[in-house]
Design a protein around this ligand. Structure first.
Ligand code: NAD
Length: 480
């Protein structure tokens, strides 16, 4: 049985307690490795290593820091196949998705921030004869980074790369459900010449390791991606300590389709935006809103296309793999129970697929579910499920579309389908979400601000926004 290690002070080390947690491959339901079950003593050791590494890392020339991040990106590229297989083993997503999306995007996160930091500049405000101001932006110190299981290396690197690029050192915790690629990243960092202690990775449970990071009095900032419930808990601890916080949380995203949309494009992309990664992407559109003239036709075609999706062994040629864990599968199934109680209609899916291969008999699989007939206040239209379940609701005109789209406590992203130019701008401006896609979905430009409003997020990641988050501005006035 393989045992993963923590990465502290440049060394791969066991947890101080000697205890480990089982890691289950969700496609087989079998334990395949063990990960440290760390505690606050391990976090303290990681903090000490990060604090020791900070002065040299913060004062290193930007170009040198950038070169090291670039070398990490190269290391990811070299181990692409191994990382993709690890991600699929841990998470259950189709191997081709790990190969095409997760691992290349983790690589580009490091490459992007290695370049972005060389373009990061400070402001100056001229006051004419009186003098002028300039703003210094310095790294914060040791920062805490906490990430979820759905896009494991992709979202972990989305935090690690900008935190390090801007001169901070870090204590980072990947999800205990999917820590494999973060463990491999520690090997890659060692090989890429990252100085000891700049990045420290502590594995373990959220309530133990995550909270110890958040509660640590000397960790200056917390960058978190995960559920709204945990984000709330983190804010309740870090808020009174006046830590800087970036919280990327849950969503219940609307996919708004007007009758004038390019129908085939909207239909095909909606299949993707509903069920990619088994519906476990924070940006998936779990509430499809369709304008009445095309509603009946859309439901019929969407259900038909959903039925054609191949669900099964993620190592084979499938559209969808396994649900990440037994608890998540149980959560999905408990929401499916609500379809009847809430008076909805289940058109397809919501059950275990037939004909699973021998290897996958004990795995966690679920056919994608399409639900209609539920009003906007039903739990299935209000609460985040984070699985392969979508609802479809009809609407009449822009006003109702907006009312329905904005009718949840969340506001991460929204997708809008129309060929009417003015409507696209008008509706995009009024949708309560941090990220809007018009006639597309999941097109990412790493320079743009990434994050949500309402209960989906506080702060923004991406581009210069995240470099601002990971630095402290200090204004200096010079009298002439
Ligand atoms: P989660 O909130 O359960 O866990 C996220 C991370 O927080 C994990 O590493 C976990 O161990 C840690 N954690 C748990 N309890 C903690 C605590 N008390 N203190 C500190 N850390 C703690 O989320 P998850 O189930 O891993 O991921 C799914 C959720 O993530 C969904 O809600 C999804 O919408 C959200 N998500 C959001 C975005 C975004 O960009 N907004 C992106 C991906 C996922």
């Amino acid at each position: 049985m393989q045992h993963f290690s923590n990465y502290i002070g440049g060394e791969l080390v066991p947890p101080l307690s000697g205890n480990y947690l089982d890691l289950i491959n969700p496609a087989t339901g079998k334990v395949y490795a063990q990960v440290p079950d760390s505690h606050s003593e391990d976090v303290e050791a990681a903090y000490e290593a990060a604090a020791k590494a900070f002065p040299a890392w913060a004062s290193m020339k930007v170009a040198e820091r950038a070169d090291i991040l670039h070398a990490i990106a190269d290391g990811i590229a070299r181990r692409h196949e191994e990382l993709a297989l690890a991600e699929t083993t841990d998470n259950g997503k189709p191997l081709k998705l790990s190969q095409r999306v997760d691992i290349p995007r983790a690589e580009s996160n490091f490459r992007f921030f290695s370049r972005a930091i060389t373009q990061f500049s400070n402001e100056s405000h001229d006051m004419g004869e009186m003098g002028f101001n300039y703003t210094l932006r310095r790294p914060l110190g040791v920062v805490g980074l906490i990430s979820p299981w759905n896009l494991p290396l992709y979202l972990f690197s989305w935090k690690v790369a900008p935190a390090l690029a801007s001169g901070n050192t870090a204590v980072a915790k990947p999800s205990e459900v999917t820590p494999y690629t973060a463990y491999l990243l520690s090997e890659i960092c060692k090989g890429a010449g990252l100085p000891d202690g700049v990045l420290n990775i502590v594995h373990g449970k959220g309530a133990e390791v995550g909270e110890a990071i958040v509660q640590h009095p000397k960790i200056k900032a917390i960058s978190f991606t995960g559920s709204t419930a945990v984000g709330k808990r983190i804010a309740s601890i870090a808020g009174p300590m006046f830590k800087k916080m970036s919280l990327e949380m849950g969503g219940k995203n609307a996919n708004v389709i007007f009758a004038d949309a390019d129908y085939e494009n909207a239909l095909n992309t909606s299949i993707q935006s509903s069920f990619a990664n088994q519906g476990q992407i924070c940006l998936c559109g779990s509430r499809i809103l369709v304008e009445k003239p095309i509603y009946e036709r859309f439901v019929e075609d969407f259900v038909e296309k959903t039925k054609q999706l191949k669900v099964g062994d993620p190592l084979e040629k499938v559209n969808m793999g396994a649900i990440v864990s037994k608890p998540q599968l149980d959560k999905d199934l408990s929401y499916l129970q609500l379809v009847k109680t809430e008076g909805g209609t289940l058109h397809t899916g919501g059950h275990r697929p037939e004909n699973l291969s021998e290897r996958c008999q004990e795995g966690y699989f679920l056919r994608p579910a399409v639900i209609t007939g539920l009003g906007p206040s039903c739990r299935l239209n209000q609460e985040e499920v984070f699985g392969p379940l979508v609802t479809i609701q009809p609407f009449e005109g822009e006003e109702e579309a907006l009312a329905l789209a904005n009718a949840t406590p969340y506001g991460l992203s929204a997708t809008l389908w129309t060929q009417h130019l003015q409507r696209a701008h008008r509706v995009a401006a009024s949708l309560e979400a941090g990220i809007i896609w018009v006639n597309s979905w999941l097109v990412r430009d790493l320079r743009t601000p990434f994050g949500g409003v309402k209960q989906s997020g506080v702060g923004r990641e991406g581009g210069l926004e995240v470099l601002r988050f990971f630095t402290e501005p200090k204004n200096v006035f010079i009298k002439l």
